[in-house]
Design a protein around this ligand. Structure first.
Ligand SMILES: [Mg+2]
Length: 230
């Protein structure tokens, strides 16, 4: 029997980071290094909370992505050290940012088969973050030609999705979005009257965390992209 989220659907949106390829684990490793670097000034837990706070307050100014993350780390480090942060530490943080930008893009297990199973459907990649970095990841993933369109957006809110759907001539009730973030890939679609499928990933950024329970009329949770498209 066909999955309820695929019935009468004209197009399927799929998220990029941590849905098609690894992303957050690279950030987690960097956060661990950041905690080690600042251990003389702050315990790891306090630091994580302060960094998340800085990242959230910088979102409206810098948007998402590695560059914003680097600035937030430097800003947090300056605060935590009371201005005593050595220049060498700033250099180190900037170096981590460069590494994050040049990491190989590793496609998640099962993704290629899942996309193959959906061949013939209208697939739209909807990914948010730094334009340059996202373009590189899309190209490096080798998945671009599986999609009818690639949308790189600066925020995933109802207005952005409404604009994307309008651009592609798809009514919200005939669209389903699949992704690893309830906040970014699920709730905005539900608000628009569309459908969504949450495919959780092993690591989730604090800002994207949600305990929300699925609502079987509007959104569902499945263990893999294959299960979402199958
Ligand atoms: Mg994602």
């Amino acid at each position: 029997m066909e999955r309820p989220w695929l019935i009468d659907i004209d197009a399927i949106g799929i998220d990029g980071d941590d849905t098609l390829w690894h992303s957050e684990r690279h950030f987690s490793v960097t956060e661990e290094r950041f905690a080690e670097l600042l251990a003389p000034w702050a315990p790891a837990e306090d630091l994580a909370a302060r960094l998340l706070h800085t990242e959230r307050s910088n979102l409206a100014v810098f948007g998402y992505g590695v560059k914003a993350f680097v600035i937030s780390m430097i800003e947090t480090a300056i605060e935590v050290t009371g201005g005593d942060l050595p220049v060498g530490a700033i250099e180190e943080i900037i170096g981590w940012g460069k590494e994050l930008h040049t990491h190989p893009t590793v496609v998640l297990p099962g993704v290629v088969d899942a996309l193959s199973s959906a061949a013939g459907r209208r697939l739209i990649l909807v990914t948010k973050g730094d334009l340059f970095h996202q373009e590189s990841k899309v190209a490096a993933s080798g998945l671009a030609d599986r999609f009818e369109a690639i949308e790189i957006v600066s925020e995933k809110d109802p207005a952005t999705y409404a604009a994307v759907l309008k651009r592609h001539g798809v009514a919200p009730e005939r669209f389903v979005m699949i992704g690893n973030s309830v906040r970014s890939d699920v709730l905005p679609l539900v608000e628009l009257g569309g459908r969504a499928v949450h495919v959780p990933h092993e690591v989730t950024w604090g800002h994207e965390m949600s305990d929300a329970a699925p609502d079987d009329a509007a959104w569902w949770r499945v263990p893999s992209l294959g299960a979402a498209l199958g």
